[in-house]
Structure formats: C-alpha cells, structure tokens
Design a protein around this ligand. Sequence first.
Ligand code: SF4
Length: 584
Amino acid sequence: MTEPTLPLRGAANPSTSRAGTSPGSFSNPADIGGPLTFSSPDTPGMPEPSAKTAWDFLPDGWRREGKFATAPAGFEAVTQLEFARLGVVTPEMRRVAEREPHLTPEQVRDEVAAGRLVIPANKVHLKYALDPMGIGRGTRTKINANMGASPISSSTDEEVEKLQWAVRWGADTVMDLSTGGDLDACRMAIVRAARVPIGTVPIYSMIIGRKIEDLDEELILDELRRQAEQGVDYFTIHAGLIRTHLPLVKDRLIGIVSRGGSLLAKWMLQHGKDNPMYTAFDRICDIVREFDITFSLGDGLRPGGLADASDRAQLGELQTLAELTEHAWRRGCQVMIEGPGHVPFDQIEYNMKLQRTLCHGAPFYVLGPLVTDVFPGYDHITSCIGATAAAYHGAAMLCYVTPKEHLGLPKKDDVKQGCIAYKIAAHAADVALGIPGSRDWDDELTRARAALNWERHFDLAFDSDTARALHDEDLDVDTDFCAMCGHDWCAVRISKEIVEFASGKAEGFIRDRVVKTPALSPEQQEILAQRGVLAPEELHRLASKTKQAVGVEIGAKASCHSDYVASDDARKLQHEKLVTLRVP
Ligand code: SF4
C-alpha cells in the first residue's frame, strides 16, 4: 500500500487531546508566554503581532528587574495586573489555573503581567459568590450573554432568572444592559446572584431621567463609583470615539449602531467638545483601579452592516483604543478591547490581527461578527459563523447574539439558542487552536457513537435532552442503529461487524434479532409534537420523565445496546482480529 504523501501540517502541533491523538491542530505551536499564544497561521499580508506588551507600559517610578518589576517604596498592589507585575500569584490566578488545566498559576500570572489575560473580579463581587475566571489567548475561548430589562419589557426577577439560565447554558460572563425598570435594584440582584463576572455599559444608567446633553464628568464618575461599589466586574467605556472620528461616519450606510457610541457622538456635537469619557479617562482609571474592575474599551463605531466594515471610522477608533490601553496599563488597570460587529467573512482575520498588533495582545472581546445582514431571526447563526473565525484568528471572548438580535428583547429560549450557538463557536475554535484537552470531549462522544451507545451519546451531548428527544422521535432508545439509515444500512453497525470490533453487547443479545423497545411514552410524544413551541423548562421536565421511563436512572438497558468500549480494548481487538482476518 502507498503511504499518503500529503504534508502532515498538524505534526507541528501534534495534539489537542491530553492523551494525544492524530492528526493534531493545524494552528501554530502553543507558544504560551509569547505573542503567538494559541494562534492561527497568518494568511499572507496580515499585520505582525506587536513586539510590545503591558511590560512596556509600566507606571512612573516602576522598574523592570529580571522577570518581574519593583514599585516605588510604600506602593500597595490592588489589581491583578499590579500583583502579577510584582511576581505575586494571587488566589484568583490560582483559581483560573484550576479552571484551565493546561496552564499553571505562574503562567496565568505571567500572561496577566503581559496584559494578554484579564481576570474580571471586582473586590466587592469577590465577597459574594464570584468564581474567578480568565479571558485571554492563553485560556479557552469564553462567551458572554447579554441581558437586562428594557423600558417596555422584563423585570428584575425575570433578569435574575435569565442570568441563571444563561449560566446553565454555558455563559462565562453576563452583561446587564438594563435600560428600564429599577436599574440599581436589577444590577444589585444580578451581581449578588452571579458566580460569573458581571459587565455593564454604565452610560445607560447615566442618562436615565436626564438628557444626554446634561451629562458631565462629575455625573459620569458618580455613576461609575456607584456601580463599582455594587460589585460590577467590567465596564464598557466608550472612550475611544473622539471628535475627529465623527466626519468619518457620514458616508456609512447605517451610521453609528452602538447605543453608547451614538449618545456620546450626540453629546460631542451639542457641546462642541471632546468625548467626556476620553477627557476624564485618568479619573475613570482611578475608580477602575481602586476596585480592580476590568476595562472593556467599547467600540462605539463598530460597523452595523457589512458595507461599513473595516472603514476608517472603525479602524480610527481602534487606534484610539490602543492608546487608551497603553494609558490604562500605565495606571495599573486590566484591559480588554471590544470589537465588531458586522464583518464579511474574508475580513475577519485581518480585523483580529490588526487588533493584536495595535493593542499589543490585550484580549479582544467581539460581538459576533455577523457575516451577512439578510437573515434576521437567525442572527445567532450568521454571527456564530463569524465568531468561530474571530476566535480562531484572535478573539478571546465572544459576545453572543440571539435569534432576537435586531428584532426585540431576548426571551429565555432565545438566550439558550444564543448561548448554544456561541458555545459551538468557542469550542470549535479551541479545538482548532490546539488548546490541550479541548478535543477530549469530542473524542469521548465519537467513541460512544462508534459503540452505538445511545445513553452515553446523550449524556455527552451539550444539550442531552434535545438530543434524546430528536432521537426518540423516530426510534426508541437502545436499538443498535438509528432511524437515519435504519438497521440494514447502519454503517457504524456494519463496520463493527465486519471488523469483529468489540461490540460490547449486553448479556443476552442475539445477533440478527432487532429488539423492539417500547413505543414512545406520552412525554416523548409531547416533546416531539410541540418541538419548537415548548417552553425550555417544559422540555427539560418532560425529558427527565422520559429518562425515567426508559430506566436510564437505574442503569437499565435493552440487550441490543452496545456498551462503551475503551479505546485500548478496541485497538487490541482490532489488532488481534482484523490483522488475523487479513492474513491468509
Ligand atoms: S443508522 Fe446511520 S446515522 Fe444512525 S447510527 Fe447508524 S450510521 Fe449513524
């Protein structure tokens, strides 16, 4: 037999699995601690990574000595960045390393010191239930879910419920974007209930009950302090949109689509002055540092349609965000940068790598991006396609988009659909980037699928109940094939038989006799009859009854069911039996 001669690109980065599998990731070698940490190979023409890091922007009076730095006498570290610069591993860094088993606490510290990793953990929120997490290129890709009451819909209780629901479906952080109802009460309730970091866009609260033109620096600082004291972990601050950018917007198809950006543009035009978030940036840094809030420097000029992507307004603002990043680092603050928006697929890599260059590796937190504008109602899909590319090429956190994007306030099922779409994007990118261990879950599910072990298949599925309901629509659990191809055409079943694979059948199994399991239970029938209409809680309540009906909880199974077969056993059997069969 001729050996394949195609280049084994994955050989440079041989495994995404802790145990080692082949082929590996096609991305660059991991390079943790360098500018190419978990990065995609550059398409020709992409901007080079910056040669600088947060180490190049130490505060006045600090000196780099060897691996770490020394601060002026009497200085007391407050932020994770300051502790990292001094060489200290904090409890929060340890916790991040526990949650990212491919990183040591020291690597987490070093990435924080370089400005490539942030730990959004307000000191007030740490006293409640916050479980610290990290956002950066060295960590797994994170997802954020937005929620918040609007003036015409939702309530505090509903938003707290949505918070728990979003976390149930994998949100790593949640932004409270409330613009209606009792904003303070809603924010407090969300922070107190949240184990995940909470972000806000503070300008929303600043204009409740007043016109945008009445905003001034003192009002801005008062509101920031109030939210800091409540325990908010990261602030979106639209300080990068300045007066010189405004003329660049006039030729756009859809102008400014960021709420914060449009309000501040209006303020600048009415006052004939520069953005107060920009002019007060030093004083904002002081509050942010005091509580160790993380900056999420907002993209007030993000494109709102494909036609406006990568234009001078967007990239001009990104340049200002880069200057503010350097400034915030000099004041000891943690920083991430927000990014677009609506971007054609071919421009995504450039956008990610330009940010990497200009902002010296500060984590990029992107909304989508949507790769087409013509599928309202399905923007969780149009955007998670862009989000996958963004995460592969440089984003560290993905802000979800739900099916309600551009159309209305997301309800619970929209939150679930948005979270799942973005978990898919983040996980797909992590596997592609070769983050160690990220593919273990996929490999486990593939083993269960190969063994036709439906229970294990459902258990490993991200949304077990939906996988079970869709399978059971056509056939009950525990047949050794499914309804997609049927018994005679089930390639997995046939493959197992021809190679005398470890079938792992239950005792009493009789080959050639298909065991008919009971008909669908009333609960299963209800799930299927109302697919797409059933409330998410109802789906899960019915699915748990279904599991009881088929005996999953007590480990019962039909005799045609295949058990999970450990890969070593399978390899041994294949070697012994398959090789024997082939040798005359
Ligand atoms: S019937 Fe087809 S889809 Fe179903 S398990 Fe077999 S090969 Fe896979």
